[in-house]
Design a protein around this ligand. Structure first.
Ligand code: ADP
Length: 260
């Protein structure tokens, strides 16, 4: 049952009554649950064969010596695309889930940044992008290290993906008495103000990203936003067309006080 209420106020400001509307949302809740179950089942069915493809191709590439270069190249394409599909399926599952759990604890964000930079370094080098971090260590926040690591990976990987060769990506930080911020800035294609307001919507992609045929499904940022908001935090995007983008996530510095 969902309820909406409005007071009825006379011209002189006295309260004369109220209108209360009760709506039965059972059907909507059931449809949402069925939708989530369908996505989760389909994702599961996709994951098993995809893992099998990836595992077998990995084995051939790692263990079979003397493969003709052309075969090796083709197998590498199969491997990359299967991995991309697996990542998409995981994104789809996460974005359909209302039960995205976070387990925040006292966490050093500086070490998460270090890990994120380490794992994105190969992608950055390939795209000739200078990836640097300027974050004081330690930088404590009340965060789930796995989920915030995932959010950071998404932002860093996007910053590289949407920047042309020779660009720069910088991760920086600032902190107040009860909040901590991490920003990921790039010198890439950026987007209009209007797009920056929509970028956290599921499946949203800018025209520029589509036209440049940069692969993506428009799910990563909606998941990132969900993760950050589950921490009681927030995320913003400041960007300009052709002027790069800055994504900033704000997290609480401390958890609730211990109860005795
Ligand atoms: P994906 O990158 O897989 O399409 P995201 O949800 O991560 O999905 O991003 C949504 C869209 O926002 C992207 O398709 C792209 O148009 C835009 N975008 C995200 N990050 C950036 C960035 N750093 N610079 C420019 N555009 C970006």
């Amino acid at each position: 049952m969902s309820t909406a209420a409005r007071p009825l106020v006379a011209e002189d400001g006295t309260l004369t009554g109220a209108v209360v509307v009760y709506s039965d949302v059972t059907g909507w809740v059931e449809a949402l649950a069925a939708h989530q179950e369908l996505i989760s089942n389909v994702s599961h069915e996709f994951k098993t064969p995809l893992n099998s493809i990836i595992g077998n191709v990995d084995l051939v590439l790692d263990d079979v010596t003397g493969l003709p270069p052309q075969v090796e190249r083709r197998l590498t394409v199969v491997q990359r695309n299967a991995e991309r599909m697996l990542a998409l399926v995981s994104d789809l599952t996460a974005s359909a889930s209302t039960a995205l759990n976070v387990h925040p604890k006292r966490t050093d964000l500086a070490s998460l940044v270090e890990t994120s930079v380490g794992s994105a370094q190969a992608q950055a080098e390939q795209a000739h992008i200078k990836l640097t971090a300027d974050v004081p260590s330690p930088l404590w926040a009340y965060a789930d290290p796995i989920r915030i690591g995932q959010a950071l990976d998404n932002l860093v990987s996007n910053a590289i993906k949407y920047s042309p060769d020779g660009g720069r990506v910088l991760i920086s930080a600032s902190a107040g008495s009860d909040w901590v911020q991490l920003s990921v800035s790039d010198t890439g294609m950026g987007m209009s103000n209007d797009d920056a307001g929509q970028v956290f919507r599921r499946f949203f992609r800018t025209d520029a990203a589509r036209e440049a045929a940069i692969p993506g499904a428009g799910l990563g940022l909606s998941i990132t936003k969900m993760i950050v908001e589950r921490h009681g935090g927030s995320i913003t995007c400041v960007s300009g067309q052709g002027q790069g983008s800055t994504f900033t996530l704000t997290l609480p510095a401390d958890g609730p006080p211990p109860s005795f």
